[in-house]
Design a binder for this molecule. Structure first.
Ligand code: 3HC
Ligand code: NAI
Length: 711
């Protein structure tokens, strides 16, 4: 097979080779993660050609420079015109080598990186190696022979589990599965690899091709594993395209010759590559990395955070305390009185007791963590902490009183953060003598689980405090998004608008159950009214009452939710809300009485109900979300559209394969979204006001992606 091995002009190849005794050492050096871009593919193919031609070479050892072996195909090449040689051909060229090829793995050997290793004849890994076939997370399947080689090597069941979960496994587990032949006794991958190669040469170890491995020899067992995976995937993959294609590929591995199977794999891989889901998932991958690169995080040095204070031990305070404890830091919790403090501590303990009950934590580990939690009813206990997160009641007066205390007791340079959902953080900052130290850290409930952290940046905050917040997010393993100060910041501000659109739909004729179903079919785990029932209808009710005085009297206001709250129907915790939850059920059933209330409210408002299809529901729901997302970017509350996308992916259950609302808008076409908004505005021009940014982009023929430049 002749492969294109010519290196690009003017550039040094990222693949070098040198003779070490009888072993040709081939090093892939393509920072940051040795992705398999075109020059790496060419370099690898050329190295094998060289080895075959040079009589002095008796074996080939492939290693990665830096922290990883090879992290996979170069994701940035997806969607661009293909350049030869293709990765499957490079893998086949490696496997066809007449001289043994050994892969020595440290760090990531993922996707195409693991496929290079699978095409090699022998594999060694050292401690800290991360092996996996995570293509499914990008809407893809392993497309360089992985779906054909992995089942032959480790059996259908294990291969399906790797490919369908996309999980990374360590060296020992890989050894157990037979994915690697040996685990090095030190973490010096080069020394281990060379020693292994010498050993294989001394033993006259033959070329051993994975395509000939016998992992599928027990045909009945393999078929049973495929059938089970197909049934499970059909049930769980909720509209995702690539998982079932992975199962199809493994079926092909069982039924077809290796070459035919590779052709099947190629065909299905290209289908995945061309799917909008792949584009959405790849957008999500890059967006979640891009959000971390806030301007301040690049220019300012974060302050050291060794100790943390949390004020308030309620739902959020306790969750935040757990998140901080889990990151290995000590926490001092402040509450109003001893009883509240005991309750706060009990909230924290409950999280760990849950883990113990599930067998995921030992009582000793819990005790060790709780040893880092101290509590007090006196603010003086916060005198030495590096950062305080306030999570008391959502009332400006209460918050400002807390900040006055923090201003009094905290050491100079301590970061003072508020977890407020809506309040004006500039007003909180202005109430203390050190506004440069005040920032918003908006966690989402449950704070120890939800990945999103809105870092809300008030006017006077200093850059190093912003950088500190981003550094803290990393420690807490959260995804931080930089947001400006406004009512609701990015997430809750946009949420309020599309929730209102849903309420309008409900009063106009769609039932809450129909709306929830349409939203679920779009890919959300839950619909908006299920979410209300889960969070508690009383929370939104309190906010609505608070805002009643300032609401535009001309704006349409749907009262259905208020009618439910007046009856004490707050959702799951009261046994009924929009749904019924008999006997503590966690999944609700539709409630005819709610439907009757909805009918009465329509009559009261003089509305003749219309019917809506799921598609019509989603057009309004998404148009509202996109339009407010555009406003948030226009007003520089979000730095870029991708920051809005990440907010909704990580804080609001937006289906990842759709990339986030702004990416989704680009796939629909901004002109279409604007046309919808103008159409809806004919009925309610006050609510449906096209965002100036949306109008401008449509006029320029541009999309949101054009604004997603690196900062
Ligand atoms: N292609 C291109 N760029 C990549 C990449 C890839 N496969 N993997 C990572 N990068 C980039 C990131 O975008 C980031 O760039 P930036 O610095 O400009 O933001 C940089 O490498 C470092 O990445 P991380 O910040 O994620 O670094 P970590 O050290 O935290 O993690 C990692 C390293 C575990 C390798 C992680 O990057 C990762 O999981 N990468 C994706 C792996 C993957 O999905 N591989 C399969 C690709 S699909 C495939 O191989 C198809 C084949 O079957 C044909
Ligand atoms: P909560 O009512 O569960 O807890 C508030 C706690 O603060 C109570 O334990 C109370 O005793 C304590 N507290 C009140 N005044 C205090 C004071 N002066 N000093 C010390 N402790 C005091 O409320 P929750 O839900 O935890 O909310 C807290 C904050 O987090 C609010 O600002 C809220 O808007 C915000 N938030 C809430 C989210 C949620 O989903 N519940 C999500 C994100 C933010």
């Amino acid at each position: 097979m002749a492969l294109d091995t010519a290196a690009s002009p003017h550039s040094a190849s990222p693949v070098t080779h040198e003779l070490r005794g009888k072993v040709l050492l081939v090093t892939v050096d393509n920072p940051p993660v040795n992705a398999l871009g075109v020059d790496v593919r060419r370099g690898l193919a050329a190295a094998i050609e060289h080895a075959e031609a040079d009589a002095a070479v008796q074996a080939v050892l492939i290693v990665g420079a830096g922290r990883n072996f090879i992290a996979g195909a170069d994701i940035r090449e997806f969607g661009k015109p293909p350049q030869s040689p293709a990765l499957p051909d490079v893998c086949n060229r490696i496997e066809a080598s007449h001289k043994p090829v050994i892969a020595a793995i440290h760090g990531a050997a993922l996707g195409g990186g693991l496929e290079i290793a699978l095409a090699s004849h022998y594999r060694l890994a050292v401690a800290g190696a991360k092996l996996g076939l995570p293509e499914v997370q990008l809407g893809l399947l392993p497309g360089a022979g992985g779906t054909q080689r992995a089942p032959r090597l480790i059996g259908a069941e294990a291969a399906l589990s790797l490919m369908l979960s996309g999980k990374h496994i360590g060296a020992q587990e890989a050894l157990k599965l037979g994915l690697v032949d040996r685990v090095g006794s030190s973490d010096d991958v080069l020394a281990e690899g060379l020693a292994y190669a010498q050993e294989l040469l001394a033993a006259h170890a033959p070329v051993r091709r994975t395509r000939d491995a016998q992992g599928l020899a027990e045909r009945a067992a393999a078929q049973a594993a495929i059938d089970a995976a197909r049934a499970d995937t059909t049930k769980k993959s909720r509209g995702l395209f690539s998982p079932l294609k992975i199962v199809d590929c493994v079926q092909a591995a069982l039924d077809q010759s290796f070459e035919e199977g590779q052709r099947t794999e190629r065909k299905l891989f290209v289908e995945c590559l061309d799917s909008p889901q792949r584009a959405g998932l790849v957008h999500a991958f890059f967006a979640e990395r891009e959000v971390q690169k806030t301007p301040e995080a690049k220019t300012a040095k974060p302050r050291a955070i060794e100790t943390v204070g949390v004020v308030g031990g309620g739902t959020m305070g306790a969750g935040i305390a757990v998140a901080v404890l889990d990151a290995g830091l000590p926490v001092t919790m402040i509450e109003r009185d001893d009883a509240s403090l005991a309750r706060g501590r009990a909230h924290v303990e409950k999280v760990y007791d849950g883990l113990i009950a599930k067998g995921r934590m030992t009582p000793e580990a819990k005790a060790a963590i709780l040893a880092r939690l101290s509590g007090s009813t006196s603010y003086d206990a916060l005198a030495q902490v590096d950062l305080v997160i306030e999570a008391v009641f959502e009332e400006m007066g209460v918050k400002q009183a807390v900040f006055a205390e923090l201003d009094r007791v905290c050491k100079s340079g301590a970061v003072l953060a508020t977890n407020t959902s809506y309040l004006d953080i500039d007003a909180i900052a202005n109430s203390v003598k050190r506004p440069q130290d005040v920032i918003g850290l908006h966690f989402f409930s449950p704070a120890n689980i939800m990945k999103l952290l809105e870092v809300v940046v008030p006017k006077q905050v200093s850059a190093d405090v912003v950088a500190t917040a981003f550094e803290l997010a990393k420690k807490l393993r959260k995804v931080p998004v930089r947001a400006g100060v406004c009512d609701g910041f990015i997430g809750n501000r946009v949420l309020a608008v599309y929730r209102t659109a849903a309420d309008h739909l409900m009063e106009d004729g769609a039932s809450p159950y129909q709306i929830d179903k349409a939203v679920r079919e779009f890919g959300y785990p839950m619909g908006p009214y299920q979410v209300v029932d889960l969070a508690g209808g009383d929370i939104g009710w309190a906010t609505r009452k608070r805002r009643a005085a300032t609401r535009d009297p001309k704006a349409r206001y749907v009262q259905i939710a208020d009618r439910l709250c007046e009856r004490g129907w707050f959702g799951q915790k009261t046994g009924r809300g929009f749904y019924l939850y008999p006997d503590g059920a966690r999944v609700g059933t539709p409630d005819p009485e709610v439907e009757a209330i909805v009918r009465t409210e329509r009559e009261r408002a003089g509305i003749e109900p219309r019917s809506f299809t799921s598609e019509q529901i989603m057009r309004r729901y998404m148009a509202a979300m996109i339009n407010e997302g555009a406003n948030v970017v226009h007003e520089k509350i979000a730095l870029r559209p991708l920051d809005v996308d990440v907010t909704f992916l990580y804080g609001y259950g937006f289906p990842r394969h759709r990339g986030g609302p702004m990416h989704y808008a680009d796939t629909v076409g901004l002109a279409n979204v604007l046309a919808d908004i103008r159409e809806f505005a004919k009925e309610d021009p006050l609510f449906w006001k096209p965002s100036p940014l949306l109008v401008e982009l449509v006029e320029r023929g541009a999309n949101f992606a054009s604004l997603n430049q690196p900062l």
